[in-house]
Design a protein around this ligand. Structure first.
Ligand code: 13P
Length: 248
């Protein structure tokens, strides 16, 4: 099987007004040029998608060196769902990807595996790649149940017709997000290996949680790590680039 090209994705979360978001996207796109050793993706807040889509290449976005993704979507294509955005709307705004089931939605907003599964099906209906996030809490890790937890999340969150080319898994231990804490390399390698046995062959599995320019080379050098989902460090073009430069 050909080696999976690594993907470095920036999850901007609820950060960025128009001027700084556009400046950040422009700085990333300028450095990206035509090609890079890894695939690059930025996931700005909904309000910035259309303008950043233009920065990244407008109608030529599909061929751009930096792709665009949403941070969530509703399962329905349209309708009376105040405050929500559908996968079709993301696609219309120029997105190729959508992050689903992030721990800030699972743990902060009570999203269930069934919700994530319905959203993944919606992403595929709209032609988007679904980046499905999974990860254990600190208590679950300490209880020795990290593998069991992520395996159960995978079983509950993935629709049956999952295919490698429209799915990315992001392993993000809840306790590592925004804390500066990172699992040991052996723990990352173990869990990525376990995840891989439950997903279609060729699916990319990213690591996320306190990835920064200092630890990126080590994490991205692990055999089953196909990239990184980056939060805080994706808000600075230099840091995002340093992480991308650490790809295999
Ligand atoms: P940090 O990189 O800020 O820890 O966030 C990780 C994350 O949640 C990416 O989705």
């Amino acid at each position: 099987m050909p080696e999976r090209k690594q993907l470095v994705a920036g999850n901007w979360k609820m950060n960025g007004r128009r001027a700084d978001g556009i400046a950040l996207a422009r700085a990333i796109a300028e450095r990206a040029g035509g090609r890079h050793a890894c695939d690059l993706l930025v996931c700005p807040p909904f309000t910035l998608l259309a303008s950043i889509g233009e920065v990244l290449g407008g109608e030529a976005l599909a061929g751009s060196a930096v792709s665009l993704g949403g941070q969530d979507c509703h399962a329905a294509p349209a309708g009376a769902f105040t405050g929500s955005i559908s996968a079709e709307m993301l696609r219309d705004a120029g997105c190729s990807h959508v992050i689903l089931g992030h721990s800030e939605r699972r743990h902060g907003l009570g999203e269930t595996d069934a919700d994530v599964r319905a959203k993944a099906a919606a992403a595929w209906r709209a032609g988007l790649v679904a980046i499905v996030c999974i990860g254990e809490t600190r208590a679950e890790r300490e209880a020795g149940s990290a593998v069991a937890v992520v395996t159960a999340q995978l079983a509950g969150s993935l629709p049956e017709n999952a295919e490698a080319q429209r799915l990315v898994i992001a392993y993000e231990p809840v306790w590592a997000i925004g804390t500066g804490l990172v699992p040991t390399n052996a723990d990352i390698a173990d869990i990525h290996r376990a995840i891989r046995s439950h997903i279609p062959s060729g699916t990319r599995v990213l690591y996320g949680g306190s990835v920064n320019p200092k630890n990126a080379a080590e994490i991205l050098g692990l055999p089953d790590v196909d990239g990184a989902l980056v939060g805080g460090a994706s808000l600075k073009a230099e840091d995002f680039w340093a992480i991308a430069a650490a790809c295999r």
